[in-house]
Design a binder for this molecule. Structure first.
Ligand code: UT7
Length: 332
């Protein structure tokens, strides 16, 4: 006789482990593109770009700097810092919006390049993807479903940017950032505040364009996204601090998605971070690297000494969707 559903039991998913970032690694492409170079194609001026976005230069990947190469290089550095071998990794989560396949194949290819046997998954949350990935990884580690996860944000935004588009051509960039998330003695990734606003989804799209032979380009209603970001994000950031039982004075750094220096400064002012809290300004010479922007900014801050190991950082991703995700993390 077959046993009934009520007779069957299985162990609970919750493993009750704390998760934390154990290593971070990045990759910035070699070729640096100035505003002057952008304006050779774009109807704009270097001064306008600097004033309206805060960006002076950005790296664009060359043909050998593929999503796989950049993602694997960043992940390899994160593993080295964590003192781990590829065999210690049970899951790879890759956040990207510029993968031409749009499937989980990229995560698997990065895994193969690194020698990680585990299955990889793609996180489709645009510029919020790295923060979403950290939260998913924390859940996997916390539940015991994975010992360690690699979270990778990697983009070749230059592949999906129309160089003649005055609203996007100067803004976006390429690069990769990765973190190892594993178990720790105390929580290193706080409660998340996340969501989407589907009624605003049309403000940022990436769709194949018949007039460009079906090539997909990112199109954005920039000023509407700007208004949404400066009005909505302060509440999201404050809620993430509250859920972690912290105030704006308790963190060492504020690391928002590096979309536009004016958005970064406006949100930091509205939240009311005191002067001792460092604010990430990686956008100035990295531009907007979408899902890679937060790990790139974190790495720059610790290299420059503004964010030390063990310090708390409030990270908030936001972008297409429109999506947002904010949490407090402890630096490895
Ligand atoms: O990562 C995903 C999330 N993305 C974001 O958060 C991006 C949010 N948006 C932005 O960062 C800004 O909206 C942009 C930097 C994209 C644009 O700045 P803006 O201050 O919002 O410009 P605007 O579109 O409101 O245009 C202001 C003026 C207009 O001229 P008039 O009507 O005032 O005479 C535009 O025609 O600037 C003009 N303009 C430009 N001028 C020179 C628009 N684009 C350009 C340009 N160069 N590239």
């Amino acid at each position: 006789m077959h046993s009934t559903e009520t007779e069957r039991t299985f162990p609970p998913a919750a493993g009750n482990r704390h998760a934390a970032l154990l290593g971070i690694g990045t990759y910035r492409p070699r070729r640096i593109v100035t505003n002057e170079e952008i304006c050779r194609t774009l109807d704009s001026s270097p001064d306008w770009i600097l004033r309206r976005s805060g960006i002076s230069t950005r790296p664009f990947a060359q043909s050998d700097e593929t999503l796989v190469e950049m993602g694997a290089t960043a992940a390899g550095k994160a593993l080295a810092e964590a003192g781990m071998a590829p065999t210690d990794v049970d899951q790879i989560l890759v956040a990207t919006m510029s993968d031409p396949y749009g499937t989980d194949r990229l995560a698997d290819e990065i895994g193969r390049r690194l020698g990680v046997a585990a299955r990889g998954w793609q996180v489709s949350a645009a510029c919020s993807g790295f923060t979403v990935g950290l939260t998913l990884a924390a859940s996997l580690v916390g539940s015991g479903a994975a010992r360690n996860c690699l979270v990778i944000g990697v983009e070749r935004m230059s592949d999906i940017i129309d160089p003649h588009d005055r609203g996007t051509a100067f803004l976006f960039s390429d690069g990769a950032g990765a973190a190892v998330v594993g178990s720790a003695a105390e929580p290193g990734i706080g409660p998340v505040v996340w969501g989407t606003e589907p009624e605003l989804a049309d403000l940022i799209t990436v769709l194949p364009e018949p007039e460009h032979d079906g090539h997909p380009y990112l199109r954005m209603k920039g000023s509407s996204v700007f208004r949404w970001a400066v009005t909505s994000l302060p509440g999201v950031v404050t809620a993430a601090l509250e859920r972690s039982g912290l105030t704006a004075a308790d963190v060492q750094a504020f690391v928002p998605h590096q979309a536009n220096l004016r958005i970064i400064e406006s949100v930091a002012d509205s939240v009311g971070f005191p002067e001792h809290v460092a604010v990430a300004r990686d956008v100035v010479d990295q531009g907007n690297a979408s899902a890679a922007s937060i790990p790139l900014a974190l790495d720059r801050m610790r290299t420059s000494g503004t964010l030390r190991g063990g310090g708390l950082a409030l990270v908030v991703g936001f972008g297409a969707g429109l999506s947002y995700a904010a949490t407090v993390i402890r630096m490895p």
